[in-house]
Structure formats: structure tokens, C-alpha cells
Write a protein that binds this ligand. Sequence first.
Ligand code: FE2
Length: 712
Amino acid sequence: MTTQHPQRGLPATTRTLLLTGNDPEQKRQQLLTYFRQTWELYESLFDCLADEKAYYTKAISLRHPLIFYFGHTATFYINKLMAGQWIDSRLDPKIEAMMAIGVDEMSWDDLDNSHYNWPSVSELRDYRGQVRTLVEQFIQTMPLTLPIDWESPAWVILMGIEHERIHLETSSVLIRQLPVEWVKPQPHWPVCPQARHSRQAVPENSLVAVAGGQVIQGKTDQTYGWDNEYGRLVSEVQPFQASKMLVSNAEFFQFVAAGGYQQQRWWDDEGWNWKTFAQASMPTFWVGSAEQPETLQLRLMTEEVAMPWDWPAEVNQLEAAAFCRWKAEETGQSVQLPAESEWMLLREQVDGDHPNWEQEPGNINLAYWASSCPVDHFRQGDFFDLVGNAWQWTTTPINGFEGFRVHPLYDDFSTPTFDGKHALIKGGSWISTGNEALKSSRYAFRRHFFQHAGFRYVVSSHKESMSQNPYETDNMVSQYLDFQYGPEYFGVANYAKTLADIAVGLTENHHRALDIGCATGRASFELARHFEQVVGLDYSARFIDVALQLTSGEDFRYVTQEEGDLVEYRQVRLKDFDLDTTQASRIHFVQGDACNLKPQPEKYDLVLAANLLDRLRQPERFLRDISTMICSGGVLMLSSPYTWLEEFTPKENWLGGIRENGEALTTYQALQRMLSAEFEEIAPAQDIPFVIRETARKYQHTLAQLTLWRKR
Ligand SMILES: [Fe+2]
């Protein structure tokens, strides 16, 4: 179907700006226009509220009422300009505190009953007027050089604008969730007039084959982006099939009619719990009873209309996934939601990108209507609605790309969603404007959440799970990862590598090595450069899991504490250390207890025990056992700061650091006494320093003592 632009008085929309250019003054004017149009567009959305109650009553229990969002996009400018020290005083500290932070949609049963004393609408209108004046003056006078980058004050302005455009969309969803009597249609927010009201008239969906291929993600276009869009991710996508159209209300009705909402087997646990809690029996925006489909209506932003059966079914990800399970059984094919990478491959069928489109190729950027439209209206390549109409749920939990770093002025934009619980949505809806309309944009919501979002399904072999936690937040694991793979601090060389280098110099036979107390495995990897077989053993299964993941070549991401609640995101991958799967394949990582070692099939040429002795319950027993596992001529390396603590080692088991018959006994002396029968000490003890970072400003600087023993 070709598209006639039915221009109809939607509020003026503009396109997001290019960051580049040769003429800063021209860019300043473009910024001013973009700011004003966004501001006015946002305010005009609130024209759709017909009643004061619409401002002050929560549309859904987990979000603030709309009065908050009316003020919030304005306070955002002031709060960010203050945080960046671009302005030095507030306009209204009370409003700016009250409307600073939106409630992230919590889990569906986590009810927020906080009470706020909201300002009146007219107070807020006045406040918005003051902010507008301030921001306009700021844009007119701020230093501006091109291209605009992260440090530029213009970046803060773009952040405010794109933030307001996000809330334009999410507020439109909240309006859609208000009682219909409290809202009113507006001629400048027109609904698509085209709809098929008979299910039989809706065209059948079908599957289209898609060749696989490599997908490279990471924002390179010269427009404003959120932090999660930058970095790089390369995925190999296997061939798959994808539905030509979004799933329409008519197609989704088949699942409803088949008892989809009554049968638990189509739902995962989270989905069934949500369905039961919400008492859902059909999509949330359907009005009426699914028993009498002829009478069903669809709730739009400001009105209820006879069911447009050929518009996309708008559901949450849990419902979409349940439909796919049902469809998979109906068809005997592996029907599921697409992965983000599969959508990216589909997206290649759409020419160009916002903001360079001459005319929008789909129902996006408010270019046509203030509602969805038929799923066969906008053809794009072999498909319809790859962009626009309704967002499309994926199976992919949002995460940062390789090289991800947070923007310091908005450090909580993305990272709270990197929890394995927020699924990406792609493609944009009719009201996705600015950054949201870009190919590189990445937005994610909890699976039970509603947006103007539906889905297309794929037949695909990809497997993704929402349950993993992509960033390691366990403090102990993070600290050790940073200790073993992170940067050097205060010029102190990497401890694990230093020890491994010494080990290689001491041993002639490089057959078998044991790294006992290996933690996240760095010394094992270093030893594997030289030894044919390495066993990395640790008591902590958490550490061994990390080491195994690194072995597989995946990168491992972790959070380090900066200061208080503030954190930084880091990643480790073997290839950054010039290591690959060749070395990794020589290592066997295993969980085990150094005080209860299993008999080993073969003896070792080297045993490295770093920072282990003083963490053992029975260090003497360990030394006795281990000596039987070392070849004649083999080397035992003991490196320890001898920080004996009763928390780890009962005092009667401390090797040294005690008085024996009234005389001081150091651990070194005790080791000499204990090992001399079976070992020869190769070299005098030496100090090996190491640094463990606790926060950005607190480090432990330790001197371990290294002693070296050759088995007789
Ligand atoms: Fe916000």
C-alpha cells in the first residue's frame, strides 16, 4: 500500500539534530528550535486531559500521577545544569526536589503508597515558564563548538530535550491508562481513520525467510545518544524466519479464543504470576468481553473505538511470549520473540534513518497519526512496520556494549536496567520521536510493563534467557576480578602475573602446574602460556564460575565501587591479555577444598599457593597433603601476607605469628621447620607487594612474603 501523507495538524515535530556542522550559530538556532518544539509538543499532550483528576490520580499504581511528569521534564533541565555546574542557582528548590526522580516501574506487585503534596497545575505552568526562559537564555549564550560532544553544555540541553521526548511517549501511555472520562480527544492528536472491523477481513500473517549474517551494533551516527547505545557488539545471526507483519489484534485473538489466558502451560512463572495478579484475560487495552468479540472495543490514548482488528495487538512481553509458545505448538515450529540482533538484521530492509528521512517510512515520529494504524499499511522491504506503529518486544535483556561507560550527568539512566529483568523493545511507535526513532536507539522495560508495544514473531533457533545477571555486582568477586585483571595502582605490578613469571623461571619441567586458591584465575592463565596442563582450584564456586566464563572467551563485566552508592562498570576479556582459547584449553578450573584435597592422578611440577595459607582452616594439613602431590624436583611457591585471623583459622592452627614457649615464632620460621625434611629452600624469602582497590579512594597495599621450595 502506498502512503499518502494525511497531514492533519499534529503539533509540529522536528527531527533530532546532527551533532556536527561548520556553523555553530546556525546549530544554536537549530537547538533553540528543537528545544521549543519539544517543549510545546509536550505541553500540548496535556491538552488531552479533561479533568484535574487526570493530573493527580495515578494511572497505574507504580508510577507517579501525570502532575509529576508535567513538572519533571522541566526540573530535569535545572537539575542537570546544576549538576554540571553550568548554572549556579535553582529556580524552585522544592519543586526541583519533588519532581527530580521518576519511579522506575518496580515489580508488578510492589505497590508504592507514598504521599506527595503536589503543586497546582497553574503553579507548575508558571514554573515551566520560568524554566523555559532560563533554558532559552542558556542556549543563546552558552559556549558552543562543533561537533557537540559529551562534555559540551549543548549535550546537556540535548539530554533534556531527548529526555522530554521519552516522557512524551511514556506520558501518552499513562494517559491511555486513565479512565476515559478524564481525557478528551484533540484535533491536533488525530486517530488513524483506517481500520478493518471484521476479523475475517484482516490479511493473514506469514513468515518470510531472512538470511543470517553479522550484526555490528554500537552508535556511530552523529546524533545524540544515551550511554547504553555506545560501544560495540558483534553478533552472528543464524538464518531465521520472521512474521511479515506485526501480530494484529485479530491474530492475537486466536490465542485468546483458544483459552490462552486460562492455561498456565503457555506462560513462564513470571508471566503466570503477573496474569494471576492482574487477573488478565485479554490484552489490557481491549475493552469489553472476549466472549463477545463483536462488541470489543480498543482503548486509544483519549477514546475507545470499535475494535480495529488489523491494528497491532499491544501486549506486554509476558503475553507476547505466551502467544509464541502457543503458536509454536500449533505450528510445530520454534516460534518465539526475536533477539535484538535479529531485529537489527531486519532493520536493514528499511532505507535510511531518522533524521535523514525525507518522509517517514512508517507510523513513527508523529508523522501521520496519534494512534496505531493497520499492520499492512507501511510496507518496508519484504515486511511491514519494521519501524513504527508499535514497538516490538525482544527476548534480549538490555546490557551495555563492550566499552560501555556511563555519562556522569545521568549515571542512573541505563545501569539500573542492566539487571537481566528489562527486555529491549525495538522499532518505535507512532509517538516515538527524536532519539527514540533512531535505528541505534535502545530502550528496555520490565516484561510486565505496557507501552505502545506489540510484537512480531520469528522462527529461530536462538536461545536467550532473561534470568542472567549480566553485571557481577558481588563485591568480593568484583574486587578479585579487579585485583587480578584490572589496572595497576601506584605502579605495583600485577601480583598474579608476577608470581607466574617467577614460577616459570624456576621450573625446568613445564608439564603440570597447580594454582591453588586461584580465585578468578589470572595466575592459571599466565601459567598456561608455558605449562601443558594447569589446574586452577578454588574453594569458592563463584570464583570458579567467573574463571570458566573467561575461559570460554566471553567477556566478564563487573561493577566496582567508586564512592558510596556510585559505581563504575568494567570488563575483562582474555584477548586483552594476549590470551586466547589455546591457553584456556590447557586449564582445568575446579572447585575444591585445599584442606581436603582429592587424590590427584599425577604429580605436579609446580604448585602455586598465593594468598592461601592464612585463609585456611588447617594450613598444616594442607602443607602435608600438598607435598605428596609434587614431583621430585618440583617447586612449591608459597606467597602470603600472614594475616592470621581467627575468622578463617582457629588460633591453635596458626602456623606462626604466635609465641611458642614464650618465644616469638614467625610464619617463615614455622615453614622452614615444617618443610625442611621434604623440601630444600631455593632462595631467600622475598617481598611481593600487591594492591587491592576497595573504592576509588581506598586501597589495600600489602606485602606478601614469597618463599620457594624444591621437593627433594
Ligand atoms: Fe525522567
